[in-house]
Design a protein around this ligand. Structure first.
Ligand code: CA
Length: 233
């Protein structure tokens, strides 16, 4: 799954709005709320921004120069963009609303709107997206992990894991391609700093390897010398 580029917990919001005054107010309000904010003032730029920077949420005005917000939403969904989109529609325009939702927007807000209302919608959409991401099945090559049933399979073959092995694998899979240090792993899986002299992380990585690996030349879990471990797609 493509994660957003901010893995430090600060969601990035992309605002696509051609009304400069409204845009600058929105930028300020969202930044004050702690979001990282990116912006674009036309549909084409908004599309590129969204595809290049994978924001966690897009606020998309319908009436934009060039490509309309509806076209941008449709194109983004067609390209597999999954983050929630909040459409800003012209006041009481039912057709804007319907075509926006048809195009793949998750919610809409008629202009003019109250800012607390916008913030509430943004929060709700981000929360919903986080729950969906947490509960959807993780896949790396022929390995799958279902966070709901906690079932793990490699090439269709069920793999029995202990609780710690499972937590370790889930952490590795949610960070596929990213090198995780022993300290990051111990904090996340054991919820504590571990004595650097113990090799508990290495021991558990070995347990996992024994249960998972079937191809010595192309292992899923790689050791990165002096750094830690990485799960390779
Ligand atoms: Ca506009």
């Amino acid at each position: 799954m493509a994660m957003s580029e901010t893995s430090n917990g600060t969601p990035t919001v992309l605002i696509v709005e051609d009304d400069r005054d409204l845009l600058s107010v929105l930028q300020r309000i969202l930044a004050t709320e702690g979001y990282q904010v990116r912006s674009a003032q036309d549909g084409e730029t908004g599309l590129i921004e969204a595809l290049d920077h994978s924001p966690d949420l897009v606020i998309l005005d319908v009436g934009l120069p060039g490509k309309s917000g509806v076209e941008v939403a449709r194109e983004l969904r067609a390209r597999g963009f999954r983050a929630p989109m909040l459409m800003l529609t012209a006041f009481s325009s039912t057709s804007d609303k319907v075509s926006g939702l048809d195009a793949g927007a998750d919610d809409y807000l008629p202009k003019p709107f109250e800012f607390p209302e916008l913030l509430a919608r943004v929060k709700a959409l981000l929360r919903r997206a986080a729950i969906t991401a947490e509960s959807s099945v993780l896949r790396v090559r022929d390995l799958t992990l279902d966070p709901i049933s906690r079932r793990v399979e490699r090439n269709g073959r069920p793999i029995e894991l202990t609780q710690k092995e499972y937590a370790l694998l889930e952490y590795l899979m949610r960070n596929t391609g990213r090198v995780l240090s022993r300290q990051m792993i111990s904090e996340h899986v054991w919820k504590q700093q571990i004595d650097p002299l113990t090799n508990v992380v290495d021991v558990y990585i070995n347990y996992l390897r024994k249960k998972l690996e079937d191809d010595r030349d192309n292992p899923l879990i790689r050791t990165v010398r002096r750094s830690g471990y990485v799960l390779k797609a």
